[in-house]
Write a protein that binds this ligand. Structure first.
Ligand SMILES: [Zn+2]
Length: 459
């Protein structure tokens, strides 16, 4: 790979950063979205309202064309969920069903303690789990990555468990939701609060046998939903496209302000900043708010599938999903190419981007189909501040957790990065081949994700 540096003219960098750091339109817009269409799970009226709101917003920013890309997908709507500890008689404890939990279920069974719920824990208790409730109430040991809830759920199903109870890893008496399966699950799966999980764990450790009852009802079906796409046409190479996106849908328990209202606000904020420049960048920038990420990363995957023949024209994808207080750039799985971001990083240092470029591949978000397609994937990452970390997938994901300075700083960094990708004469990143993608997955320790993946791999 040639040593091409991504740069941005100083006057444009100043203009973009100045605008992004002083314009709070998309922060205010996010408050509006949360009020109008909070808890916008794909397939609900709130999601349709959010699609309409986004289309209007993109048009008012000046993007053109703005279109809804619709598709049909399995959807899930929460009904009732009751978890009762029947032995010892502790009564009902707060719980939330995981996405795609059955339309109806009532089970009563003893708990089997799976510690932090790693693969080894499931293997060791496989026999004991049959007909029982898999209980995960511990954090994984330091340095060990927790498996995704849907993996743990799959292991529980394989062992013949009657259900799964998963405690949150953050305090606040807040059960977490999230997907457990891609279609109606065969057994119930629920989130408990960290505190209730810890209480049950203490009882188990003191030698008590615990029996719980889970009763739940949900609506499982299929619906039409839509990605919202808006273009800023390139002035010289309009056929080449930089896509910047984040998911519009959000869990129903709250307003989806942080996950992923903040990502939406960044994408729209970048649109506003770039559309306000004296002239657009050389390449087309496509702003995308994806549908149905929370229920299986569906919208971005559909986009990549539908655009497959035009994927070569997609020169980069930038993803924003709960962006946080920016401290580093992300260049997924491209360790050999991080030096190309050196100048860019220096330019953004004053905004907090002081850490080395990360090359990790987190596949639990919309960048997944793009990485499989070999497209260069970038982002701006940071830690969550202002209580945003503990509200993930809970009833506390409300607008008060949105931290204005972080949001504006991320928007400024994202605008600079997007502009540089859309403007630079020679792109420092090329589309990867299937072999290169596989090697990157190995280098980043996520090779397991390749087999059986629902995303198409580049040849
Ligand atoms: Zn998210």
């Amino acid at each position: 790979m040639p040593e091409t540096q991504m740069t941005i003219p100083k006057d444009i960098l100043e203009l973009l950063i100045g605008r992004c750091m002083t314009d709070r339109s998309e922060y205010d817009g996010l408050a509006e979205l949360c009020a109008k269409a909070g808890g916008r799970l794909a397939g609900t009226k709130a999601h349709t309202d959010a699609e309409k709101w986004t289309r209007g917003r993109m048009k008012s920013i000046g993007l053109s064309p703005v279109r809804l890309q619709s598709f049909e997908t399995p959807t899930w709507e929460r009904g009732s969920c009751k978890v009762t500890i029947v032995r010892p008689d502790l009564g009902e404890i707060p719980a939330e069903a995981h996405g795609f939990a059955p339309s109806g279920a009532r089970v009563e069974a003893p708990l089997v303690d799976l510690g932090p719920g790693l693969r080894d824990d499931f293997d060791a208790r496989r026999k004991a789990l049959k007909g029982k409730l898999a209980f995960i109430g511990e954090k994984p040991p330091a340095g060990t990555k927790a498996p995704h809830r849907s993996e743990q759920f799959q292991w529980a199903v394989e062992a013949g468990a009657a259900g799964m109870m998963l405690a949150s890893k953050v305090p606040g008496l807040l059960p977490q939701t999230g997907m457990c399966a891609q279609e109606e699950a065969s057994i119930p799966s629920v989130g408990l609060s960290l505190e209730d999980g810890a209480k049950l764990k203490r009882l188990i450790d003191s030698g008590k046998r615990i029996t719980a009852r889970i009763s739940l009802k949900n609506d499982v079906g299929a619906s039409k939903v839509a990605n919202v796409l808006g273009d800023l046409r390139g002035r010289e190479k309009p056929e080449e496209i930089v896509v910047i996106g984040g998911h519009l849908d959000a869990w129903d328990l709250a307003d989806g302000a942080v996950d992923n209202g903040t990502g939406c606000a960044v994408v729209l904020g970048v649109a506003r900043a770039l559309a306000g420049l004296p002239q657009p960048p050389r390449r087309t920038v496509r702003f995308a708010l994806w549908a149905a990420e929370e229920i299986g990363i569906v919208g971005s995957r559909k986009y990549v599938e539908k655009s497959w023949r035009k994927m070569d024209a997609h020169v980069a994808y930038l993803n924003f999903d709960m962006p946080g207080d920016p401290d580093r750039l992300l260049l997924c799985g491209r360790q050999a190419e991080v030096s190309a971001l050196g100048e860019m990083r220096r330019g953004l240092e004053a905004l907090g981007v002081t850490q080395p470029v990360s090359t990790g591949i987190c596949l639990a978000t919309d960048l997944k189909p793009f990485v499989f397609a070999g497209i260069p994937v970038l982002s701006v990452l940071g830690s969550l501040v202002g209580g945003a970390g503990s509200c993930y997938h809970t009833a506390a994901d409300t607008f008060d957790k949105v931290h204005l300075p972080s949001l504006l700083r991320t928007t400024a960094c994202a605008a600079a990065l997007t502009y540089a990708l859309a403007e630079c004469e020679d792109l420092p990143f090329e589309r990867h081949s299937g072999d290169q993608v596989r090697r990157a997955f190995e280098e980043e320790g996520v090779a397991d994700a390749i087999e059986g993946a629902d995303c198409r791999m580049v040849e």
